[in-house]
Design a protein around this ligand. Structure first.
Ligand SMILES: *Cc1c(COP(=O)(O)O)cnc(C)c1O
Length: 405
């Protein structure tokens, strides 16, 4: 029995919908790249709240932005605008290809807006025949019914009844398959500029360039889902900059709020015009607290120091993971970009990524998986060299434990 002063993990099973199966301990405090649980055990955090906490936990710039805004104004709805929302939109549009911003509260919501906008644009500009949305196998775009159906993992979208229609999938990095399918009926192609949930899979630059060209030839919109890759994660503010391919619509969330829920859809003035007053919206979208925090995150992330630092940290991770692999021979490949990295299991450890995650927890390091076969690392973009070393030493112990089993 639990008294009402004690919150513990067992209670989760009694009061929560069982769609998650969280770890057996409950974290209660975080600072930078370290986290402590109820028992006072300390962890190095290489998960970053699933690629969210881009400045680690309780970064002073974010705490101060939140405190300051919390004494001014919490919420207004979109019946009124607010200063933080306009300031952040100004910064986002100045730093990207985009001219316009729509705010949401999550990645899925930003993608939902992007897909609805693409359909509106196509129907208004070309007519009802132009509805097809093409996306990629193993892609992930969120869990609303539209976005999960556009995502390329049927296991996530099956079993909920009739799906939104006119959505098709081809394999990532297979330009011939896309060429075959795309036509003047295609309204948009949606892709991640590096598949995160699907296993940390980079696209070939040539492939992405060819996708852009096929979209141009068929007057289809190119939507980049940068929910995971965006806001500094891969070493530039957005990953499209490094690919040299500019999308028509870009979505951002996760690191955009650094731990405060916010999502955004960015696009051009010409496309944005198709979401006229009343066509789409969100009660909390553009919330002043969320936008104030996001602005503080932007000011730290969008600097040469932070973005160059991501590249430096990528090197440290890749070198040290390679050294671990030399010793234990468990990975077939260490891949990814910036601080969105994946260690793919070799044949012998196929399907066992989760064992490494669980052993990591025992040894005081939090990592993620991306599918059954990839251990994923998405730490704070400003994690210290010392924390990386310490975390990877703990991870090495976890690897040794799995190998010894
Ligand atoms: C996490 C993620 C989403 C979904 O974001 P939520 O905030 O969970 O709705 C969408 N697209 C990509 C690429 C993601 O990684």
């Amino acid at each position: 029995m639990t008294d009402n002063k004690t919150v513990n993990r067992e209670m989760f099973n009694d009061v929560m919908v069982p769609n998650y199966n969280p770890a057996s301990m409950i974290p209660v405090k975080g600072e930078g790249a370290r986290v402590w649980d109820q028992e006072g055990r300390e962890y190095v955090d290489f998960a970053g709240g699933i690629a969210v906490n881009c400045l680690g936990h309780c970064h002073p710039a974010m705490v101060s932005a939140l405190q300051e805004q919390s004494q001014k104004l919490w919420h207004l709805s979109n019946v009124f605008t607010n200063e933080p929302a306009i300031r952040l939109a100004k910064k986002l549009t100045e730093a990207t290809f985009a001219d316009r911003v729509y705010y949401a509260n999550s990645g899925a919501e930003a993608n939902e807006a992007a897909l609805k906008l693409a359909r509106r644009w196509a129907i208004e500009k070309h007519g009802e025949h132009k509805q097809q949305i093409i996306a990629f196998t193993k892609g992930f775009h969120g869990r609303t019914f539209f976005t999960v159906t556009v995502g390329g993992q049927p296991a996530y979208s099956d079993g909920f009844g009739p799906k939104p229609g006119a959505i098709e999938h081809v394999d990532y990095n297979n330009i011939d398959a896309l060429k075959e399918l795309i036509s003047d009926k295609t309204c948009a192609v949606m892709m991640e500029p590096l598949q995160g949930e699907g296993g940390v899979v980079s696209p070939d630059v040539e492939f992405v360039k060819a996708v852009r060209e096929l979209c141009n030839e068929n007057d289809a919109l190119l939507i980049f889902d940068e929910v995971q890759t965006g806001f500094g994660r891969t070493g530039s503010l957005y990953a499209y900059e490094q690919l040299g391919v500019t999308p028509d619509i870009l979505t951002s969330a996760k690191a955009l709020g650094g731990g405060f829920p916010i999502g955004a859809m960015l696009t051009t003035t010409e496309i944005a015009e198709h979401l006229k007053p009343g066509t789409h919206g969100s009660t909390y979208g553009g919330n002043p607290l969320a936008c104030a925090v996001s602005e503080a995150v932007f000011d730290v992330v969008n600097t040469k120091e932070t973005l160059d630092g991501v590249k430096q940290r990528e090197q440290w991770f890749k070198e040290q993971l390679a050294a671990i692999n030399e010793k234990y021979n468990v990975f077939s490949e260490i891949r990814g970009q910036g601080l969105l990295l994946g260690a793919a299991m070799n044949k012998e450890y196929e399907g066992r990524a989760r064992d490494f995650l669980l052993a990591g927890q025992e040894h005081g390091v939090m990592v993620l998986i991306a599918g059954a076969n990839v251990v994923r690392f998405t730490p704070s973009l400003v994690i210290s060299e010392e924390d990386i070393k310490e975390g990877l030493q703990r991870f090495e112990k976890a690897v040794a434990q799995v190998v010894g089993q």
